[in-house]
Design a protein around this ligand. Structure first.
Ligand code: TNX
Length: 512
């Protein structure tokens, strides 16, 4: 009772900055993604260099997150402080698996039914507080109730075309978490690189991982490193979704084990400059950017092919605890070599035997996969209806809204334009309306990396557009408004700086 009284006294003080209370009551609340409901009332809560922090023993991730936030701002934790921040698990809350309630009044209290919800409450508090340490913090009296509309709020990194360091992946996880994104899809294998150690097929990594687009050293992750990432991500409420792209996009595997290939390539790859890929199959490493030419030789060598797939996926499942294993399935131009539909059906059986579900690109709808599978939609006009009729749900990555390897603006150098001639600007990303798609579980931004050679470029392509992906997947349509979104996001520039993000200096956010 004593401390409650002290807290109350502290909050009756006028803010040192001298604003009138009525002004504070109208504070613009710069949260991205925008929460379900905000109720602001007159008054403010003020604290300075220290707080008393009470966390919940059953919620280690949110406890770590709030401690990290306080130490970032140089706010000390003291036992008998008047200012109290409290995180409490309250199983009676009905805000879903990820929802939370954040109340700022006599102090700060975050409630949720579990650690994930509390963690997201902390992320909101992080955005309400200034990016950098200040002498005094003044927060409006506010009550936020919040929960996501969609369970899948994803970011895909293509680490196959160009390798990214483990440290960069961890950084990316932290940045995602601060915008409440929760699925990091790693495109681990492709023609230009195999990035995951597989102990039963060791050359996949040592040979298949030894280069990248344009040449260069490539690289791969050991299983131990990936386990470390999985754990780190879980502490940030991010699930790692591994993708092993099959049966096409497999040149790195073929270069490692030539016997996986048929002798020749029949279909010509889509792009004109790739016509000469037809003919005798390549057996070496590939550093170009053609797609669709490589394939496992399922039709002629089923035993070898399925043994390969089963041994690889068994190791993958042992590293990554995700419910879904992404098996690729995109852009196979030599369908008869791979017996494409039958192959997908068979791989689903392998995945089922591992107690997992299939996630695959939309073309995999040609196979007979379980209704519990997910398909990732990428062509804006693909006929996915037959899969929907089976009960299959969708991860939405329609390329003209979510392909972040396309330009932030019309004509941005080193970007693709095949899906959208004028690029995929922030406003375009924000205009995606997942509510218009049946059976969607959420949205994912895809950052293919043929043209992304370094971390600065990866950051530039992902940010700030991933913030729009976060809002369209978290916030219901009735509460989305581009003008307000840019107003809020624009104010969070310092927070992006704090995360060392080398974002695109978006003109619509006045970030020049
Ligand atoms: C298509 S979309 C691909 C990738 C490329 C990308 C480039 C899809 C499932 N596959 O292999 O990297 O275009 O934008």
């Amino acid at each position: 009772a004593m401390s409650v009284l002290l807290v109350a006294c502290q909050n009756d003080e006028a803010p040192a900055t001298g604003q009138a209370v009525s002004e504070v009551a109208n504070t613009q609340i710069n949260l991205v993604p925008y929460p379900t409901s905000i109720t602001q009332s007159a008054g403010h809560f003020t604290f300075s260099g220290s707080v008393k922090l009470i966390t919940d023993d059953n919620a280690p991730d949110s406890a770590a997150a709030i401690s990290a936030l306080l130490s970032q701002l140089g706010i000390k934790q003291t036992e008998n402080d008047n200012a109290v921040i409290r995180l409490v698990i309250d199983p009676s809350l009905t805000l879903g698996d990820e929802g939370y309630q954040l109340a700022i009044n006599q102090g700060i209290e975050i409630k949720a039914a579990n650690d994930a919800g509390l963690f997201y409450g902390v992320q909101s508090l992080r955005q309400l507080l200034p990016a950098k340490a200040q002498e005094q913090y003044v927060l409006p009296h506010i009550r936020i109730e919040d929960q996501p509309q969609y369970e899948w709020r994803g970011s895909m990194l293509d680490v196959a075309r160009n390798f990214q360091s483990l440290d960069y992946l961890k950084q990316h996880v932290e940045r995602m978490a601060s915008f409440k994104l929760n699925k990091l899809h790693l495109h681990l294998t492709d023609d230009q690189g195999w990035r995951l150690e597989i102990k039963s097929w060791p050359k996949l990594a040592t040979v298949g991982g030894s280069t990248q687009v344009g040449g260069g050293p490539g690289g791969y992750y050991t299983q131990e490193q990936m386990r470390e990432l999985v754990e780190f991500a879980a502490q940030h409420q991010v699930e790692i979704i591994p993708e092993i792209d099959l049966p096409g996009h497999t040149q790195a595997a073929i270069a490692s084990y030539n016997e996986l290939a048929c002798g020749y390539v029949t279909e010509s790859p889509v792009q004109n400059q790739c016509r000469d890929m037809v003919g005798e199959a390549r057996l070496g490493l590939y550093e170009g950017t053609c797609v669709g030419f490589s394939a496992l030789c399922t039709s002629e060598k089923p035993d070898l092919t399925y043994r390969f797939v089963e041994e690889v996926l068994t190791e993958v499942a042992a590293i990554f605890p995700s419910k879904y294993l992404h098996i690729g399935g995109d852009e196979v131009l030599n369908e008869e070599k791979t017996s494409f539909a039958g192959f997908i059906t068979q791989v689903d059986k392998i995945v089922a035997s591992l107690d997992r579900e299939v996630l695959a690109w939309e073309e995999a709808s040609k196979g007979d996969i379980r209704p519990s599978s997910l398909l990732q939609l990428w062509n804006d006009n693909y006929d996915i209806q037959p899969a929907l009729d089976k009960g299959i749900h969708l991860v939405l990555s329609p390329c003209s809204y979510t392909y972040l390897d396309h330009g932030n603006y019309n004509g941005q150098p080193e970007t693709y334009t095949w899906c959208a001639k004028e690029g995929v600007p922030l406003e375009r990303v924000y205009s995606l309306t997942p509510e218009n798609y049946a059976q969607a579980v959420g949205v994912e931004g895809a950052m293919w990396s043929e043209l992304v050679r370094d971390e600065a470029t990866a950051d530039n392509r992902n940010w700030p557009r991933l913030a729009a992906i976060a809002e369209v997947s978290w916030t219901p349509q009735a509460q989305r408004n581009y003008e307000q979104f840019t107003g809020r996001l624009s104010e969070l520039r310092g927070h992006l700086d704090q995360l060392n993000i080398q974002y695109h200096k978006e003109a619509q956010l006045n970030w020049q």
